[in-house]
Structures are given as C-alpha cells and as structure tokens.
Design a protein around this ligand. Structure first.
Ligand code: FES
Ligand code: FES
Length: 151
C-alpha cells in the first residue's frame, strides 16, 4: 500500500509517496536524492546509514518510512550553513578523521547528538556512544581526537 507522508528534512517540509516496504534510508537516497546517507550492511550493524530522527541517531536502514510522518530528520546535508561546514565537519577534517569517508556522515551526526546530550563526555562515554558506528579505515584514534577537540 502506498501513502503520502509529510515530514521535515533538514528544515524543509517534504511530501513523499512511499510504499509500505520502503526504509527511511531508501526514501532519503532514492526519493529525495540525499546521497550523503550511506548504505553499508543494510541490517543495523554498521551505522553508515545514521541520521537524526527527532534529534536522536537511528539506523535509517531499519526504520520503515511509513513510521516517520510528521517527524524531523537531519541528514549530513543539513549541517552546512551558508556554504560553511559545521564545526563538527571541520573538526573531523582537521584531525584526519576522514579516510574513505563512508562512515563519516554517520559519525558526524552521532557526534552532534552526543554533544547535544552531554557537552563534556568522558572517553568511555564517547566510546559507548559510538558502539553502533563502525569505521574500517581510521582505527578510531583520529575520530576520538576530532570529538575531543570539540569538548
Ligand atoms: S546500513 Fe544501516 S546499519 Fe549498516
Ligand atoms: S573512513 Fe573509511 S570507513 Fe571510516
């Protein structure tokens, strides 16, 4: 069954016709052409597809699009303002926390949510918060440096 949903993406109200089987990840990438959200495992293991749903990180590959009517979604495209990268994006670049970049949108959105919840997280709290976000390139040290540079 198809249904028209209305939700807010990066501050803009969008209306999209979705099928009952479509995921939020599919709707963002294929329906709205927001390709910054990545598909890795497609089953909730890697965090590459992380977006913020009402401010909290979710694996968009596990969220059925039908459930998001009226909600607020932030993707990586929503962070840049007036051509300026967000401070978290700058911190990742400055600290060498981006290699292939596949995990980076999810890492950055997870960082945003963490720092909004807890502006002074300990190393253990940072590690715990990032348990659902995998990176195959950096070994995580540069990601830790980037997050800590924002505290
Ligand atoms: S693609 Fe969603 S968790 Fe891996
Ligand atoms: S930078 Fe390549 S997976 Fe993280």
């Amino acid at each position: 069954m198809k249904k028209i949903l209305t939700f807010n993406v990066n501050g803009e109200v969008r209306e999209v016709l979705v099928d009952g089987t479509e995921t939020l990840l599919f709707v963002l990438r294929e329906g709205l052409n927001l390709k910054g959200t990545k598909e890795g495992c497609g089953r909730g293991d890697c965090g590459a597809c992380t977006v913020l749903l009402n401010g909290k990180p979710v694996n968009s590959c596990l969220v059925l699009a039908m459930t998001i009517n009226g909600m607020d979604i932030t993707t990586i495209e929503g962070l840049e303002k007036d051509g300026e990268l967000h401070p978290i994006q700058k911190a990742f670049i400055d600290n060498g926390a981006v290699q292939c970049g596949y995990c980076t949108p999810g890492m950055i959105l997870t960082t945003k949510s963490l720092l909004e919840e807890n502006s002074k997280p300990s190393d253990e709290e940072i590690k715990h918060y990032f348990e659902g976000n995998l990176c195959r390139c950096t070994g995580y040290a540069s990601i830790m440096r980037a997050v800590k540079s924002l505290i």
